[in-house]
Design a protein around this ligand. Structure first.
Ligand code: ADP
Ligand code: MG
Length: 393
């Protein structure tokens, strides 16, 4: 049997666990992390560090912390320093300090007994192992709020005040804690909180343009050359921003859109593939929104859908939409509404999230508005509108 063609070159590059080597638009934060942990390269053992990374979903917290861990240990090992990073996701370990420490120990001693010890005892053993091996560890605790929720201040206190019981011994354990917002650490006692809060790196949400860069990078790793065009990436970035899903949502959408392209046996990932992918993630087709529209609003929307479909584009201009609407009006034997009225429709569509519109270019003749349908495949919308229009009295 012939192998079916695919738009993908290597879809694992879009896997949620893949950590890219390059993180565009996080260079400054990466440098700051390196600064905070510089002692681990220059004078390991002399101090320990606690750093907090905050940021919304999809701002690259997990990717940045893992890439940082890998980079700094590589650098340390080049210099003959035994530095390790251990990454744990606290939520996956049910917020249990015991399980987190057990995971940490097992990276050095895979056969460490699973039972019979308290969290304190494991921590003591862990430090002993590090002393014996003259090793240093950066423990990255992602989704750190799970640990706080389950164990409260005490667990965090144990980790941050560790050195007080070790007196003359070298410092071996640094912490990099990852949370969505500083609010989650507000329930900790004051001193623990202030220890953590002294070094905070906040990851701002990505702008649409930044997401385009990120998606572009990833697309070139994951897809065959020319399989994804700029328009498609632009649409994905716009949706990811409007859904506040950041890079995570964008990358997932890119992958799904690729799947729809393969399913349709297409050569390229078109904007329509993106719309299909979105409607599979965001299930609402917004039928109720459509029913409540007036006759000419429906006709105009149908015009927009057809214009988008005809040219396989992510955006159509207002003029194109208006032209297409005029043809729809002919078909339904009605006189088109005025230009001004259509602008009003457009604004209300945009307000309820049916379409998204933005100024795509500033030309000598004024602004040109790009209209897109981010959430609904044009086919579905057209079908839905036709049914409604045929039953309209
Ligand atoms: P968070 O942990 O903040 O929710 P992630 O680190 O999981 O976000 O990022 C979500 C997805 O986006 C991952 O696939 C990640 O590799 C990717 N990503 C995030 N930021 C960047 C970036 N600056 N460059 C490249 N990929 C990124
Ligand atoms: Mg994360």
């Amino acid at each position: 049997m012939l192998r079916r063609r695919s738009v993908f070159r290597d879809e694992t590059k879009l896997d949620i666990n893949y950590v890219p080597v390059k993180l565009p638009h996080r260079e400054a934060e990466m440098r700051l992390l390196m600064e905070f942990f510089n002692f681990a390269l220059e004078s390991p053992g002399k101090m320990a560090q606690r750093v907090l990374i905050t940021g919304n979903v999809g701002t690259g917290k997990t990717a940045l912390s893992q890439r940082f861990g890998a980079n700094i240990t590589t650098e340390a090992n080049k210099r003959g320093i035994s530095l390790h990073y251990i990454y744990v996701n606290c939520r996956e370990l049910r917020g249990s300090l015991f399980l987190i420490l057990q995971h940490a120990v097992s990276t050095f001693h895979p056969n460490f007994p699973k039972r019979g010890y308290s969290a304190e005892e494991i921590l003591t053993s862990f430090m002993q192992i590090l002393d014996e091996q003259k090793s240093h560890v950066i423990l990255i605790m992602d989704e750190f709020e799970s640990l706080i929720d389950r164990e409260g201040s005490e667990a965090v206190y144990k980790l941050t005040r560790l050195q007080e019981t070790r007196q003359e011994k070298p410092q071996r354990l640094s912490l990099l804690c990852v949370v969505r917002s500083l609010k989650s650490i507000s329930q900790l006692d004051v001193s623990t909180r202030s220890t953590l809060q002294s070094n905070v790196i906040n990851l701002e949400k990505y702008s649409k343009e930044q997401l385009v860069d990120i998606l572009n990078d990833r697309a070139s790793l994951a897809f065959k050359p020319l399989a994804v065009n700029e328009d498609t990436l632009d649409l994905i970035a716009e949706i990811a921003v409007s859904e506040s899903g950041g890079a995570r949502f964008g990358i997932e959408l890119l992958w799904r859109a690729g799947k729809y392209a393969d399913a349709g046996d297409l050569n390229t990932v078109s904007p329509e593939c993106v719309r299909k992918a979105v409607s599979s993630i965001i299930p609402e087709i917004r039928k109720s929104d459509l029913i409540s529209l007036g006759l000419h609003e429906k006709l105009f929307l149908l015009g927009i859908a057809r214009a988008l479909k005809k040219d396989e584009k992510a955006y159509v201009t207002f003029t194109e939409a208006e032209r297409s609407y005029a043809i729809v009006c002919e078909e339904f034997e009605t006189t088109p509404r005025s230009h001004t009225q259509l602008w009003k429709y457009l604004r209300s569509f945009s307000a309820i999230g049916l379409i998204s519109s933005e100024h795509v270019s500033e030309t000598s003749r004024g602004r040109s508005t790009g209209i897109s349908l981010p959430r609904i495949p044009t086919d579905d919308l057209e079908k839905e509108l036709k049914t409604l229009l045929e039953n309209q009295d």
